[in-house]
Write a protein that binds this ligand. Structure first.
Ligand SMILES: NC(=O)c1ccc[n+]([C@@H]2O[C@H](COP(=O)([O-])OP(=O)(O)OC[C@H]3O[C@@H](n4cnc5c(N)ncnc54)[C@H](O)[C@@H]3O)[C@@H](O)[C@H]2O)c1
Length: 380
């Protein structure tokens, strides 16, 4: 079998999630490429060696530019913080590598445009890790919508709630806490959490025409881990926005890291003319479905346990009734990508698809500043 040699940059949360996917994909999916975990890259040599040994990478690099230039790497996987995506992706594209990049694509649309240009000029396969599309219950929702079962869509509602930054003593910056540093992250919950909700929404319900947003930074100053000084906080701690989709439907989106009691409550609900669907990350293998066309006496919300072999991806795993989890969405994404590579076709979300999400985020943040409805830039 032809090999696909992976070079991964960053060995944090996503470095682990992706490594797990690379290790398992050939065990469960019939693919024409064998993934080889060729090199892991991180700036701390001892730590990256430890990581490579644990996950089975053949070698390590401490300078990502060296990794990108290596002849024995086919695919560069970017799992570094958001401010690194631009340079890494452009260098990888110039070196002719396939690229998988973590979300959000970039810190803003301008950076994203440069990245799209680079991969399209180089003609390299590319994809962004908006992994929630590939949770089987969410993929099933897409199938039901595409079959027209919901009819005309009236409403889209999404939330992503967490509670881990409430303490004013939590510093910003540096390992793990780069998400609180606007220079590194680009934005707060908008780029980190709402970007996921927006990507799923664009996929399920089409483009967003305009938005009206409000944001808040509840803790205005935090100590910065890298400078040791108390610095202004530049991220949005919470964001809520209204949106109007191109198909006329109305939407509300909300995200915060100040919803005490919620850890990663990503929920979505879509109401159509005939039917509604609802999904909750905390119960990720279930899809709630209500169909008004059911016989009246039996009409009600169905809780579909998305674990049967005719459900998306589920024939690749265990027997009907046995659930899979968060990490499997990454395995599915690698499998789909490799299938696309074998067939010579792009697999969504590409960098270009992810640029649309970036434009929505830009419009949301602009609207929060101007206090007005803002149009979303169209991807050309
Ligand atoms: N798809 C998802 O659900 C999801 C979830 C979490 C994070 N993310 C995204 O993944 C990316 C990484 O987030 P994370 O949570 O894994 O962060 P993390 O802080 O856990 O890990 C980041 C890694 O990048 C490394 N790194 C930073 N700068 C580097 C450089 N110049 N060269 C080499 N390595 C460098 C760090 O040492 C660390 O190993 C971010 O873009 C984030 O938005 C996506």
């Amino acid at each position: 079998m032809k090999e696909l040699r992976v070079g991964m940059i960053g060995y944090g949360f996503m470095g682990r999630a992706h490594s797990n996917a690379f290790r398992r994909v050939n065990n469960f999916f019939d693919l024409d490429r064998q993934v080889v975990m060729k090199a892991a890259c991180g700036r701390n040599e001892a730590k990256v060696r430890d990581f490579a040994a644990r996950w089975g990478y053949e070698s390590v690099e401490t300078d990502w530019r060296k990794l990108v230039e290596r002849d024995d790497i086919d695919l560069v996987d970017i799992c570094a913080p958001n401010d690194q995506h631009l340079d890494m992706a452009i260098a990888a594209a110039k070196a002719g590598k396939m690229i998988l990049c973590e979300k959000p694509l970039a810190r803003d649309g301008k950076e994203g445009e440069k990245m799209v240009k680079a991969v399209e000029k180089a003609g390299v396969p590319n994809m962004v890790w908006y992994n929630y599309r590939r949770i089987p219950a969410v993929t099933l929702a897409k199938q039901l919508i595409d079959q027209g079962r919901l009819g005309k869509i009236f409403h889209y509602r999404a939330k992503f709630l967490q509670d881990w930054t409430i303490s004013p003593d939590l510093p910003q910056g540096g390992a793990g806490l780069w998400r609180l540093d606007a220079k590194v992250a680009g934005s707060g919950v908008t780029g980190d959490l709402l970007a996921h909700c927006i990507d799923t929404a664009l996929w399920l319900n089409g483009s967003i025409a305009k938005v009206n947003a409000m944001t808040e930074t509840f803790v205005k100053e935090r100590k910065h881990n890298l400078t040791g000084k108390v610095e202004k906080v530049g991220i949005d701690d919470a964001c809520a926005f209204l949106a109007r989709f191109g198909n006329g439907s109305l939407a509300t989106f909300e995200s915060t890291r100040y919803a005490r009691g919620h850890k990663a409550l990503y929920t979505l609900e879509i109401n159509g003319e005939h039917a509604s669907i609802a999904w909750d990350l905390h119960d990720l293998h279930r899809l709630q479905y209500f169909d008004h066309r059911d016989e009246g006496r039996l009409r009600g919300w169905r809780s579909i346990h998305v674990t049967d072999s005719d459900h998306p991806y589920m024939d690749k795993w265990w027997v009907p009734g046995l659930a899979i989890g968060y990490e499997h969405s990454f395995v599915h994404q690698v499998a789909d990508f490799l299938e696309g590579v074998a067939q010579g076709r792009a697999v969504a979300p590409t960098f270009r698809d992810a640029l649309e999400t970036q434009y929505v985020c830009d419009a949301v943040l602009k609207s929060a500043r101007t206090d007005k409805w803002e149009k979303v830039k169209a991807v050309k």
